[in-house]
Write a protein that binds this ligand. Structure first.
Ligand code: KIV
Length: 255
């Protein structure tokens, strides 16, 4: 599906978005029929083991976008623009171009960057906006827009991004009433994460929704699987069978 087709889904059906960072996961999500695969800079935490997204580089994003692009043929691929890759319009154009070359069909900078959005849209690169909690600059991860003044700013940022031509906007960790107000006010698709049910679609980080890491589970994450437990069980069995000389048996050996 292209961005035009996706945009037409507003008011028709909800849009599904999941992150992926590698070929195999992208292949599974694509064949399951996810609408959008986001190569998120959350890869900094879930793939690279950093504390946040601030150390993710263009090199990281290009490499993982290429891997995802090799695995996905139907879903729209959106790549995050990492921190400092869109400090100026010129930087944004060069770096978005690199992500497109790597296989992205749209890019996502964070925050209200109207000049960047305008320039990218003008050159034909579709843009997904991102307002609310902005991990690249946030000092702490908490719900944004509880205070009226902050809510009004997030609302006006979303409106400005919409007016510059973004095809969708991620609404991260904001109260659901604010998400509804924004969703009703913009033409772009709103994609919520911790923003309630009134958004036009929902996104989750794949590792979180699959239960890959058991210790931290923010309120907005629903675990649809417990892969950490499944992997642990498989690895425990492998260790036991190797140590006891049960693996490889005849079935898994050559004559
Ligand atoms: O990096 C990411 O995974 C994201 C989502 C949380 C929206 O930006």
């Amino acid at each position: 599906m292209d961005v035009g087709e996706l945009r037409r889904l507003k008011d028709f059906r909800k849009v599904t978005v999941l992150t992926a960072y590698d070929y195999q996961t992208a292949k599974i999500l694509d064949s399951a029929g996810v609408d959008i695969i986001l190569v998120g800079d959350s890869l900094g935490m879930v793939v690279l083991g950093y504390e946040d997204t601030k150390r993710v580089t263009m090199h990281d994003m290009v490499r993982h976008t290429e891997a995802v692009a090799r695995g996905a043929s139907s879903a729209l691929i959106v790549s995050d623009m990492p921190i400092n890759s869109y400090d100026s319009v010129e930087d944004a154009m060069v770096n978005a171009g690199k992500l497109v070359e790597a296989g992205a069909e749209a890019v996502k900078p964070e925050g209200n960057v109207p000049g960047v959005v305008e320039a990218l849209v003008e050159t034909g690169i579709p843009v997904m906006g991102h307002v609310g909690l902005l991990p690249q600059t946030a000092e702490e991860y908490k719900v944004k827009g509880k205070k009226q003044s902050e809510a009004d700013r997030i609302h006006s940022d979303a409106l400005e991004l919409d007016s510059k031509g973004v095809f969708s906007i991620v609404l991260e960790c904001i109260p659901r009433k604010l998400a509804r107000r924004i969703t009703e006010a913009v033409g772009a698709l709103t994609i919520g994460i911790g923003a309630g049910v009134h958004c036009d679609g929902q996104v989750l980080v794949i590792n979180d929704m699959l239960g890959m890491e058991g210790s931290h589970k923010p309120r907005h994450v629903k675990r649809y699987a417990n892969l950490e437990a499944s992997i642990r069980e498989a690895v425990d069995s492998f260790i036991e069978e190797v140590v006891e000389g049960k693996f490889p048996d005849k079935e898994h050996s050559f004559r």
